[in-house]
Design a protein around this ligand. Structure first.
Ligand code: AVJ
Length: 343
């Protein structure tokens, strides 16, 4: 039997049934929407890596620079011998900066991509030969069992990249709570959050002159064609980026440049010219909003670092809510000794 490449892929390669379900549903419902996680297949992850090096895409290099400057202060705040648990251990350069200062007892990278995970473990164990590394392949959006070996150690969750911005607020709160549950009592979290700033800076960061972000967005359609036996005419779609000021978010869409009909997995879909499907949100937070988000997610912010432009925040938080103010307590509590109040 002779098969073209996309048929071969969809017949023999493993296609995630959740991908098919999300795409078919996302194209059928009104308004349409496809979850952002499907942008990150092998090619998508490659393109995202390229995005992080673009002159317009400030977040990665800004966060890296904040981390370099703050590393020794962060190390002092977290104290020695914590197990560092990284959620979605993508770009290892930031991890290296943290690990070189933190005097960590162990490193636990968590990622859904086993391949990504194995590569980063090999590279990091070369750079830090004395550091025990326990990779966990899994989805950190649910509660996750950490390796037994780090059970007794105090933990620091590391969640850089403003990845939390991909989620709408209620989902971000759920994720932060799941992280608190995973890491447990006494843990800390170091999280990167992109700030609200002028649209003149935000828009080019997601619509670069070289078109790398456009390729990243359009790759979703190529992936649909490859994995779901689609007939999407990719050249009939544009990369569309908008800043929604009320929601404080960058939105990426795929926009039909003309009326278009196609099929996916044997089902027919139509777009009228100008119709879009949203593919990714990137929420931005003011400094106080970021702290409120953390509190809602079960974390108390204790320190924050930023860059000269105040483009990006790196926030350190402690698990659990801070002690309530005196006037919020009942009579019995209010009479408690002062030493208890400060805990
Ligand atoms: C990986 C979600 C942090 O929103 O800035 C970059 C993804 N998408 N350009 C971001 C992204 C288009 C990125 N995050």
């Amino acid at each position: 039997m002779l098969l073209c490449e996309y048929q071969r892929q969809s017949l023999f390669a493993e296609v995630d049934p959740a991908f098919r379900q999300d795409v078919l549903k996302g194209l059928s419902v009104s308004p349409r929407a496809i979850p952002a996680r499907w942008l990150y297949d092998g090619r998508g992850s490659e393109l995202f890596e390229a995005i992080t090096a673009l002159p317009e895409y400030y977040p990665t290099r800004t966060e890296r620079s904040i981390l370099s400057h703050a590393a020794s202060e962060i190390a002092a705040s977290i104290g020695p011998r914590r197990a560092i648990v990284e959620f979605g251990s993508g770009s290892a350069t930031k991890t290296r900066i943290l690990l070189s200062e933190a005097n960590a007892a162990a490193y636990v990278p968590i990622d859904i991509s086993g391949e990504f995970l194995r590569e980063s473990v090999v590279a990091l164990s070369r750079a830090f030969p004395d550091l025990p590394i326990f990779p966990v392949e899994g989805d950190f959006t649910g509660t996750l069992a950490l390796p037994e070996a780090i059970g007794g150690m105090p933990k620091l969750g590391f969640f850089p990249g403003s990845t939390v911005g991909n989620l709408l607020v209620p989902d971000a709160v759920d994720l932060l709570r799941a992280m608190a549950a995973t890491l447990g009592a006494g843990s800390m979290l170091l999280i990167g959050i992109d700030r609200i700033k002028d649209a003149d800076i935000l828009l080019p960061a997601y619509d670069d002159a070289q078109g790398v972000t456009a390729a990243f967005n359009l790759n979703l359609l190529h992936r649909i064609n490859r994995e779901l036996v689609g007939s999407v005419p990719v050249d009939a779609f544009n990369h569309l980026v908008r800043w929604d000021d009320a929601e404080a978010r960058i939105e990426m869409h795929l926009e039909a440049a003309r009326d278009v009909h196609f099929s996916v997995d044997g089902r027919l879909f139509s777009f009228i010219i100008g119709e879009t499907v949203p593919t990714e949100n990137s929420l931005k937070y003011g400094t106080r909003e970021a702290r409120l988000l953390l509190r809602a997610g079960g974390w108390s912010p204790i320190a924050e670092w930023t860059d000269q432009n105040e483009f990006f925040s790196l926030i350190l938080a402690r698990v659990g809510t801070a002690a309530p103010a005196l006037w919020e307590r009942n009579d019995g509590e209010a009479k408690a000794p002062a030493v208890r109040l400060s805990r």
